[in-house]
Design a protein around this ligand. Structure first.
Ligand code: 1GP
Length: 251
């Protein structure tokens, strides 16, 4: 794997420097709104933009990436809902294997089709074990992927799944309760998984408050992802970023 973005993410884990990613779903943001979100995200020192959605039904992906690039140099990481959501304008891609599910296409099948395109691309490839955790409502991802999420109370299943992902050589674990989850992932599950693995842990889904974001990083999340809450109230980005980064100030 190329050095660069991954090195900075794993350095964050080693040094305990916690980071925030803002999820931008190109389907949901209008270009007028995106400018406001981007401006506030830059002011808040957000660390990454994740770009993607389960379904991208319009052609806003490239426009969205162009708008970000014009405004700032915050790294743009594709978080693709399917193999068509590719753009060379981004910096990197989460190459996701849905390890919480048993759908062979999403564990390895689509990857075989996409790999030659990615090899030709300038994108940094971030091999990621993606784990869906039950967030209290059926999500688009579980419906589209035809998989069941890990039950919210099964910390041990989450631990063993993440560990298996690490042992298979995946470089990141992303635990996701799904966009707009009613219940975000519990701190006990985050703690259990973070203590079990030694690769960076990304956590997202249903995080709406600075308090929950802070609890997550204290419990061992290395990157906290927030989408919906910021789409609804862009001003929240600063409060949540400050809560996450406040952990970095404590020595
Ligand atoms: C979803 O983890 C992300 O894949 C973010 O979720 O939109 O609920 O913040 P929210």
């Amino acid at each position: 794997m190329e050095p660069g973005l991954y090195d900075s993410i794993s350095e964050g884990r080693r040094s305990g420097k916690k980071k925030m990613a803002v999820l931008i779903d190109p389907d949901k943001v209008r270009i007028s709104n995106i400018q406001e979100v981007l401006k506030l995200a830059v002011e808040a020192n957000v660390d990454y933009f994740f770009i993607g959605g389960s379904l991208i039904v319009n052609n806003m992906l490239d426009q969205c990436l162009d708008s970000i690039k014009k405004l700032c140099d915050i790294p743009m990481i594709l978080f693709p809902g399917n193999s068509f959501q590719l753009s060379y304008k981004a910096d990197a891609i989460l190459f996701l294997s849905l390890i919480s599910g048993r759908n062979a296409e999403l564990l390895i099948g689509k990857h075989v089709i996409t790999a030659p395109y990615l090899k030709m691309s300038p994108l940094q490839i971030l091999p990621t074990g993606y784990m869906l955790i039950d967030g209290g409502v059926p999500t688009t991802v579980s419906y589209v992927s035809n998989t069941q999420p890990i039950p919210a109370s099964k910390d041990d299943v989450a631990m063993c799944t993440a560990l298996a992902g690490q042992m298979l050589g995946l470089k990141l674990i992303y635990m996701d309760a799904g966009s707009g989850a009613k219940n975000p992932i519990s701190t006990s599950m985050i703690e259990a998984v973070s203590q079990t693995i030694n690769i960076p842990l990304i956590v997202g889904g249903g995080i709406k408050t600075p308090e929950k974001a802070y609890e997550n990083v204290k419990a061992g999340a290395d990157i906290v992802v927030v989408g919906n809450a910021i789409e609804k109230d862009p001003q929240l980005v600063k409060e949540i970023a400050d809560a996450i980064h406040s952990v970095n100030l404590v020595t």
